[in-house]
Design a protein around this ligand. Structure first.
Ligand SMILES: [Ca+2]
Length: 270
């Protein structure tokens, strides 16, 4: 290439490279204008819920409610009649385990434990333990997209796991712009998004399972007033989605009710 041609090429490329440099330099370029909707819910139906259940995992599958409960000496995995709240089948965990999130996938139930680094796998119909997997760190919430498990650990990080090996395939952080959203607890995969309880709040955050980008918030502070709760541990925790009938259920730790709710848009953004 001759010198005149090289000069011309440099002149042509300079504005483009300058633009790229500016775009890369902008610290929150990907988050500019990322205000997201805050929505609330209306109660469609109220059902009884075992107020002794320290809810850590909640799933609806084929019209049945599956619940995982926590606390040492009280942890369990349950099949619950959705309408009456009656426990139909229950497997208690060993005293050394503090039960956490659950996911139901291909005839198996996966139940995390808090600090015991042990995911117990059960037969879905009998709740009989089949095997278990080890993992590092803490276990909080669990859900799946039909193929992989998604696991929270109390931070803003979500691990994507192979359900056959529990190997971590990838990880991402849940972020709204530059702000990490941590204390992610119970999870639910809903129509291509993940919904997560944010521990010790009445807020649910919705985010992308691809990269953790926050897509919106649900404010559920209207469901169960703080001054009626038995303790400050009785926080919102438990999201279950009935994908066949498009029904959304929520409850909390030691809440006396489980609610079917409908999302209602309100004209606010955060
Ligand atoms: Ca769930």
């Amino acid at each position: 290439m001759g010198k005149p041609m090289l000069k011309l090429l440099c002149l042509l490329l300079l504005p483009a490279s300058a633009l790229v440099a500016v775009l890369c330099w902008l610290p929150n370029w990907s988050s500019v204008g990322k205000a997201v909707p805050i929505e609330t819910v209306e109660i469609v139906q109220t059902y009884p819920h075992d107020s002794q259940a320290f809810t850590q995992g909640l799933v609806v599958d084929q019209g049945k409610l599956y619940e995982g409960t926590g606390q040492y000496g009280h942890s369990s995995l349950r099949i619950v009649d959705l309408v009456t709240g009656r426990v139909e089948l229950m497997t208690p965990l060993e005293q050394r385990f503090f039960g956490e999130g659950i996911a139901v996938l291909e005839g198996k139930i996966y139940q995390l434990t808090w600090k015991e680094r042990n995911c117990i796998v059960y037969d879905q119909a009998t709740l009989k333990p089949l095997n278990s997997f080890n993992y590092s760190g803490e276990g909080w919430g669990l859900t799946h997209d039909g193929r992989h498990l998604f696991m929270s650990d109390g931070s803003s990080t979500i691990r994507v796991l192979d359900p056959n090996t529990f190997r971590t395939i990838r990880k991402f952080r849940v972020k709204q712009g530059a702000r990490s959203i941590d204390r992610l607890n119970e999870l639910e995969f809903i129509q291509g998004e993940i919904f997560a309880n944010v521990w010790q709040t009445d807020q649910i955050v919705r985010f992308s399972p691809e990269d953790g980008t926050v897509l919106g918030w649900l404010d559920l502070s209207n469901l169960y007033p703080l001054n009626q709760r038995a303790s400050d541990q009785a926080v919102l925790n438990g999201i279950a989605y009935d994908d066949k009938n498009n029904r959304l259920f929520v409850t909390g730790k030691n809440w006396p009710n489980l609610f079917e709710v409908k999302i209602v848009s309100v004209p606010t953004i955060r």
